[in-house]
Ligand binder design. Structure first.
Ligand code: F0G
Length: 379
């Protein structure tokens, strides 16, 4: 009998799944979002507490890019270090725990890839049937491979993410299936914990937060997290939010939905964000902006992060840094400012884009010391 089944039987109450204390064994080194931030999340005595290692991601100080920005400090929040390689895990663990609490047996989402990988992983861990509705041909290869490996049911539809979300919403209204997209408020609750971690690590909120925007849930979640931290007096200020969409998928910037969104950053190829209005409110309350960056700017930032900072993120994530570089180039003075860029997903998710990077030096040599020395110009 596997540990989860044993655990599920032990903690089944009224037919509902309970995983309480599942990760309390002395050998377990990780706390996870549910346990660590229990008092700030919608958790009751009946909510199962479990983790597959989400949260507690590194806030890494920039080694080389910060000089060109002229700021006091620049940090990268590495959300690609979450168990499925993206920030989605923070929200997914809360959404799935709350669904289990109500006895739900089946979850579904629409996705550009990361939400689906995350839902599939937590669904697998908790023994739930997981259905993913994804835009055919528009999900990065690594993300699809994850969903397949986790054993999810995958429906590839001939349409955009926006259409897939419409279908997912209808599906979950019609059937007893929990929708785990970020329109589910429990997803936002979990994702706000990234802001808590930044405040803990910096000892205050940063002056500026740069973040990619797609369906617009994450920018709303960060704002909620910072506002709550401020209310608790964990920080003395609130950051200015700088959200960035890709130019070919920038409905919030242009003010109208985009029927055929197009960008190399497939994660944020979204034409009609579900959390549009809330993102605009967060932006305005923070005194910030939601702008756009071109695919060339995204790819330049993507390469720069890997080659100058040792951070390999996916293209959508690099939109945050592309936005910062764009602002610095336009002459905005960041002197004295503390800046955090959120890097939302791991670069390995999208191997096809990674393979387009021109290698600095690559060649085939005989398997002898001399030939490798020759390659290194040491001969
Ligand atoms: N970065 C990455 C890597 C993402 O996967 C997403 C969204 C975003 C940024 C934007 O976040 O939607 O909260 O504004 N991905 C969703 C998905 C849409 O289906 O995986 P957002």
């Amino acid at each position: 009998m596997n540990m989860l089944v044993a655990c599920a039987e032990k903690f089944t109450i009224n037919g509902a799944f309970r995983l309480e204390n599942h990760n309390n064994s002395p050998n377990c080194m990780i706390n996870g979002i549910l346990k660590r931030y229990k008092e700030y999340l919608p958790i009751t005595g009946d909510t199962p507490i479990f983790t597959i290692g989400e949260g507690d991601t590194p806030l890494v100080e920039s080694a080389n890019i910060s000089d060109s920005i002229g700021c006091a400090s620049l940090h990268f929040k590495l959300e690609g270090c979450n168990p499925t390689g993206s920030f989605k895990d923070r929200g997914m663990v809360v959404a799935v725990a709350k669904a289990l609490e109500r006895g739900v047996k089946s979850i579904a989402c629409a996705s550009t890839g990361n939400t689906s990988a995350s839902a599939a992983a937590y669904g697998a861990y908790c023994g739930l049937k997981t259905t993913l509705i994804v835009p055919k041909g528009n999900v990065a290869r690594g993300k699809l491979a994850q969903a397949v490996a986790y054993g999810a049911h995958i429906a590839m539809v001939d349409g955009s993410f926006d259409k897939a979300l419409e279908i997912a919403r209808e599906l979950c209204l019609k059937h007893p299936i929990e929708l785990v997209n970020s329109v589910n408020p429990n997803r936002i609750e979990g994702q706000k914990t990234a802001a808590f971690e930044i405040v803990e690590d910096l000892g205050d909120a940063p002056d500026h937060l740069f973040i990619p925007v797609g369906n617009a849930g994450n920018i709303v979640a960060y704002w909620k997290g910072f506002v709550e931290s401020r209310r608790r007096e964990d920080c003395n200020k609130l950051p200015i939010l700088n959200g960035y969409q890709a130019e070919g998928a920038a409905p919030i910037v242009t003010g109208k939905p985009v029927d055929f969104p197009e960008t190399v950053a497939s994660a944020i190829r979204i034409g009609n964000p579900a959390s549009w209005a809330k993102a605009v409110s967060a932006r305005d309350e923070s005194g910030g902006i939601i702008g756009s960056v071109t695919d060339d700017e995204i790819l330049a930032a993507y390469r720069l992060l890997a080659s100058k900072e040792g951070v390999f993120c996916e293209p959508a994530s690099a939109a945050s840094v592309a936005g910062l570089l764009k602002q610095a180039k336009s002459g905005i003075d960041f002197s004295g400012k503390k800046i955090v860029c959120v890097l939302t997903g791991n670069g390995l998710k999208d191997p096809d884009i990674a393979n387009e990077i021109e290698p600095t030096s690559i060649g085939e040599y005989a398997a002898e010391l001399e030939s490798v020395e020759e390659a290194l110009s040491l001969a």
